[in-house]
Design a protein around this ligand. Structure first.
Ligand code: C2E
Ligand code: CA
Ligand code: CA
Ligand code: CA
Length: 278
């Protein structure tokens, strides 16, 4: 029994070790990727649920290496968040998204808003507002074309500071969306105090809409959002049935594979051209 315990300990230790090695490998891969410029941005359309017309898009980072192909955000974002590399990645995404949207606006292909995800570390940067000012100035993008998506988890880390930062961003004309709503722990009392424009319902809730209980849940979230005068975006919409149900529940905007997967900037340009009235 004693040796068994010893083995268990060894096994546990070994798996912890493997995880640490994996994490270190990803950290090195990210460092290399930053040096070689392997980070790029894809865009997923957000559509008006009633007209089916494009109202905006979400910028989603892609890490594409010649050797390994696409490395999923689910793999590298948690590591980048831990190591702090997310700050540099985030700045790249922000700048690229503003540049691309400025181009689409100049070509009269688009006049809405691009939504960029902000990580917790990025959101907490003391120079966040200045960084955003700089990027908007460099890219000559008017601030009202930018929306920032911040998760519940991020703002709840220190709600008072978060409210302050959010107010500063709003004062610049930037829009704010609460991302992955329902997966964190923000109380209604706080939700009321956050100066938000939009609330994004997490895909997990949309997936649950095949049950009455799930639909009730989405109904409740939409009602709360509307009571706070927020626009509701449903993410991860894949089926026509979900679209119809969301329309009934008065959700305004949908995003998901039903309309389109995230597209490269070139493919998104094509998508925009198809959107133009002929
Ligand atoms: P998110 O912000 O919730 O983004 C939505 C994710 O759902 C994206 O995954 C998108 O590709 C995926 N998605 C959209 N519609 C559908 C659908 O109909 N079906 C399915 N199965 N999936 C759908 P992605 O691009 O892999 O990103 C995953 C997460 O990584 C994002 O979740 C976000 O939390 C994070 N992320 C992505 N880009 C950035 C970034 O530039 N900065 C930061 N800080 N985080 C990012
Ligand atoms: Ca998001
Ligand atoms: Ca989301
Ligand atoms: Ca999500």
């Amino acid at each position: 029994a004693k040796s068994e315990g010893g083995n268990r300990y060894l096994f546990f230790n070994d798996s912890m070790n493997k995880q640490a090695v994996k994490r270190l490998q990803i950290e090195n891969l990210i460092r290399h990727g930053l040096k070689e410029d392997f980070f790029t941005v894809y865009y997923q359309p957000k559509m008006d649920i009633h007209t089916g017309k494009l109202v905006g898009m979400e910028a989603l980072v892609r890490f594409i290496t010649p050797k390994r192909g696409i490395i999923s955000p689910g793999t590298f974002i948690p590591v980048a968040e831990e190591t702090g590399q997310i700050v540099e990645i985030g700045a790249i995404v922000l700048k690229k998204a503003c540049q691309d949207v400025k181009n689409w606006i100049d070509q009269e292909l688009f006049h809405g808003r691009v939504a960029v995800n902000l990580s917790a570390k990025q959101f907490m940067l003391p120079y966040l507002c200045e960084q955003i000012d700089d990027i908007l100035q460099q890219t000559e993008l008017p601030s009202y074309h930018l929306e920032l998506e911040i998760t519940e988890g991020t703002v709840m880390q220190s709600p008072t500071i978060a409210i302050d930062t959010m107010k500063k961003l709003r004062a610049r004309g930037v829009h704010l969306a609460m991302d992955d709503f329902g997966t964190g722990y923000s109380s209604l009392a706080y939700l009321k105090q956050f100066p938000l424009n939009t609330l994004k319902i997490d895909k997990a809730f949309i997936d649950d809409m095949n049950t009455a209980r799930g639909r009730n849940m989405v109904d409740t979230i939409v009602t709360i959002a509307h009571n706070l005068s927020l626009t509701v975006v449903a993410e991860g919409v894949e089926e026509k049935q979900q679209l119809l149900q969301l329309k009934q529940l008065r959700c305004e905007v949908i995003q998901g594979y039903y309309y389109s997967k995230p597209l490269s900037a070139d493919d998104f340009t094509q998508f925009l051209r198809q959107q133009q009235p002929q």
